[in-house]
Design a protein around this ligand. Structure first.
Ligand SMILES: [Mg+2]
Length: 377
């Protein structure tokens, strides 16, 4: 079996209602879907995180000419060859995100060719379903933010979620008020995590962390910029809240420092950006060796959801014991037609859990009508 063509689908959709966080406001959603076609007629799907025009061009102009004619079962070799060919220009960022999208499509192809789910090729599943937490609680252009956040949090509980993550990073006073509003709304029995999206320096993050410590926070995500490893260490040393990060880091080389310096308690590579399934399986092994929990960052279409579900199925519990700490899956609840419309059978949580897809490859069917409806090219 040989790769005969690679297509990219750059997609965009305007949002009905914009939403904001500590860095900017979202007015539209976008996605870049990779389609790899073989001479035997099989099609594999992947997704790249980040600016779709850039990742789409990288796959189409730089990677495609080097992979057409190759065997998709050489996925690990293809990864190393492409990384090495362009490492002078892109050890991080869109080059690696584009490589991730291509790599995921090759794993989908391998699974389809053999008639087995991707998680079996990755070493087998510890679980057939995984608890999900609701990512949401962004800013909306409405009055009375604490009341709006409390209402949304109650909706997530009603929908069956037993854990959720809210945005912070708006300054000490607002952060404490917003976190208190959400904790008061959901009560003590629901897990609550916070994400500052690297809005702070270390001393500000420590002050905010101390202000929200009384509200039983599951983890404090991206307190400081991803480049500031020492800042992560200072925040982690100062707070009792577990510290999470890694959605802006790439490849085993990038995660080496974060892990070896024990800068985080929880590492969060994004499969669609950190290097795809080939690389994230290696990063997960490194995290295990350093005693750091691995919980993927997930943000994208149904293709991204499926790829991350196959990977999380293969992540061992944080402690192998009678009462193991199981991984928990990030489920974005904000408006995203690519999550809800791109797959013929969308991946939707039931009672706060997601099933690992069981079909061959990623176990998904892409709806070509939705693909063309939102495609820019
Ligand atoms: Mg985050």
């Amino acid at each position: 079996m040989k790769i005969s063509d690679v297509k990219v689908h750059v997609m965009q959709a305007e949002l009905k209602e914009p939403f904001g966080f500590s860095q900017w406001w979202f007015h539209k959603r976008s996605a870049m879907i990779v389609e790899v076609i073989t001479d035997e007629g099989l099609v594999g799907w992947g997704e790249a995180y980040g600016p779709p025009e850039a990742t789409g061009a990288i796959v189409e102009k730089l990677y495609k000419p080097l992979v057409v004619g190759k065997d998709p079962f050489q996925a690990g070799v293809i990864w190393e060859e492409l990384y090495n060919r362009f490492r002078d220009y892109g050890q991080k960022g869109v080059m690696i995100a584009a490589l991730s999208g291509l790599d995921i499509a090759l794993w989908d192809l391998m699974g389809k060719a053999l008639g087995v789910p991707v998680y079996r090729l990755l070493g087998g599943a510890f679980r057939n379903e995984v608890s999900a937490y609701a990512t949401g609680l962004y800013l909306k252009q409405r009055d009375n933010v604490p009341k709006e956040l409390a209402h949304e949090a109650e909706c997530h509980v009603k929908a069956g979620f037993k854990a959720m993550k809210m945005k912070i990073g708006y300054g000490y006073e607002r952060d404490v008020v917003y976190v208190k509003a959400v904790r008061d709304a959901i009560g003590p029995g629901v897990e609550l995590m916070v994400d500052a999206n690297h809005a702070y320096d270390a001393s500000s993050a420590i002050r905010v962390g101390r202000g929200i410590e009384p509200f039983e926070i599951g983890w404090f995500e991206e307190p400081v910029p991803p480049e500031d490893i020492q800042g992560y260490i200072e925040v982690k040393d100062a707070l009792s809240i577990p510290i999470a990060g890694g959605e802006c880091e790439y490849t085993r080389f990038g995660f080496r420092e974060l892990l070896s310096k024990r800068a985080v308690d929880i590492v969060q590579p994004d499969t669609c950006s950190a290097g795809g399934l080939s690389e994230c399986k290696k990063i997960a092994a490194m995290a295990s060796a350093w005693g750091v929990r691995y919980l993927p960052h997930v943000w994208g279409s149904g293709v991204a959801l499926a790829a991350n579900l196959h990977l999380i199925a293969t992540i061992p519990p944080a402690s192998m014991s009678a009462n193991p700490i199981e991984p928990i899956f990030e489920y974005d609840t904000t408006e995203n037609p690519f999550r809800t419309e791109l797959l013929l059978e969308p991946i939707i949580p039931q009672n706060g859990s997601l099933k690992i897809p069981q079909g061959p490859g990623l176990g998904i069917d892409v709806d070509r009508k939705a693909l063309s409806r939102y495609s820019c090219k």
